[in-house]
Design a protein around this ligand. Structure first.
Ligand SMILES: [Ca+2]
Length: 456
């Protein structure tokens, strides 16, 4: 082990902070995760800088904010450019490989250019937004690879390893991937090198109904709803079905996580490793009458984050940790120098003091679907100046929403998160209002740091 700690990073897609038992919010049972959280640092103020797959994932790995990486939307097709994590960016996997770590990535990647941008019929069979990432610089020094780009067939998932042959399995993807993680760790546990392994589950991401039927037995309706779920939704059979499937998938992830933790404990990994459990962003799941992410609401931007490290102890941390803060924080916990390229903040020394280093956090969404982008470009406008930006403090959230179509009216909204934690009563401010001016200055300041051309 050379005295270096392993790093085992587990995360899900579209799993909100509230949907973890010990968060005390949603009615969901996650005993294995709760037990792990009680033996770790439970971060209750972790946030996604840009609550969407590729922007968060890129920031997570590189310790840089999404826009500075050029990750203004998902890796996808249909735009006249190919958004992807560039090979020359320095990821935490590049750093740890150089430090002598064995590295592995299992599950959803969604950071490489979608292959259909380059070929109508890729040899790999990758369709739509998907991609086979061949061995080489686009893998950022992840050595063992059992992964795919973007694909949502949770009950018949596919992966690629070191050639273009698509490997297909008839299993719920989190179960298969957890098995592969355990198999990988088993194959390297006697090596005299530290390990960095990532397990990236896609559920509870939609389609919600593609689920292991056994998981549906793990969750029971109790008739409780977040206050911001509209009354008419609460008796809607389609919503209730999706809700059951969503929370059941989380219960299923808990079952898989429990298996992994048992393996880590039985095989000497648990005490020698930094182990992280998290997600890329949340899901509205009915709050404000919405599904999905990409909104400024808490259900979309807040993410679970549990960090296990024997050296930092256990407890609850209120540190405001954003996407790009995770890599520098983890490197410091591992005792490894943080490269200058990582502009996120390390919270390693302040995790337990209850004092986050960030006074506020900056969040964003840019219109990114081709059918929404093109109307801007047809008018000679840059879509990246639109969408919304938000400033979140402990007590408030301020949003400027420039909309998602040319000519949309700009709105300024302020939520009092103490009086209105479910964000149901925004105050609409006018440009030039003293309160708006104060927050506008904060957004202008963040725009510079983030290379953001948002129109304000
Ligand atoms: Ca996602």
């Amino acid at each position: 082990m050379e005295g270096k700690k392993n790093l085992i990073y587990v995360f899900a897609d579209q799993w909100r902070y509230h949907a973890m038992g010990c968060a005390g919010e949603d009615h969901v049972s996650t005993p294995a995760m709760d037990e792990f959280a009680a033996d770790s640092v439970f971060c209750d103020a972790a946030l996604s800088s840009y609550p969407l797959c590729s922007p968060h994932r890129a920031a997570l790995l590189t310790g840089k904010d999404p826009l500075s990486l050029g990750m203004w939307t998902n890796c996808k097709i249909g735009l006249n450019e190919c958004v992807m994590l560039q090979p020359q960016e320095r990821a935490i996997s590049d750093v740890l490989y150089d430090e002598g770590y064995l590295t592995a990535y299992i599950g959803k990647w969604h950071l490489d250019g979608s292959e259909r941008n380059f070929s109508a019929h890729p040899e790999s069979g990758a369709d739509n937004w998907d991609a086979f990432t061949p061995p080489g610089e686009r893998r950022h020094h992840f050595q063992y690879w059992h992964s795919y780009g973007a694909m949502d067939n949770h009950t018949r998932p596919h992966y690629w390893e070191d050639n273009a042959e698509m490997l297909i399995y008839d299993e719920w993807s989190p179960k298969h991937e957890t098995d592969m993680m355990i198999r990988y760790l088993e194959s390297v546990k006697h090596e005299d090198k530290p390990i960095f392994a990532v397990l990236s589950w896609n559920p509870p991401h939609p389609p919600y109904d593609l689920i292991d039927p056994e998981c549906l037995e793990l969750w029971r309706e109790d008739g409780s709803f977040r206050p911001n779920v509209p009354e008419e939704w609460r008796t809607d059979s389609d919503y209730l079905k999706k809700r059951k499937e969503y929370f059941s998938a989380v219960c299923g992830l808990d079952r898989e996580f429990g298996r992994l933790i048992s393996y880590l404990k039985e095989n000497g990994f648990y005490d020698d490793s930094v182990i992280v459990l998290s997600a890329d962003h949340g899901d509205m799941m009915g709050s404000h009458g919405l599904y999905g992410k990409n909104t400024w609401y808490e259900e979309s931007v807040r993410i679970p984050l549990v960090i296990h490290d024997r050296e930092i102890g256990t407890g609850r941390s209120h540190a405001r940790i954003v996407s790009e803060d995770q890599a520098p924080t983890l490197l410091e916990l591992l005792g490894i120098s943080i490269p200058d390229t990582m502009t996120g903040l390390s919270h390693a020394s302040s995790l337990m003091s209850g004092e986050g280093k960030r006074e506020y956090s900056y969040h964003m969404m840019i219109p990114g679907m081709p059918e929404i982008v093109m109307p801007y470009r047809d008018k000679g406008m840059d879509n990246r100046a639109f969408g919304w930006r938000a400033i979140r403090t402990d007590d408030s959230k301020y949003i400027i929403d420039n909309g998602t179509e040319p000519g949309a009216e700009t709105r300024r909204m302020l939520y009092d998160l103490n009086e209105d934690p479910y964000e149901m009563n925004p105050r609409y401010l006018k440009a030039g209002d003293p309160e708006a001016l104060r927050f506008d200055d904060m957004i202008r300041n963040e725009k510079k740091t983030h290379n953001d051309i948002f129109l304000i």
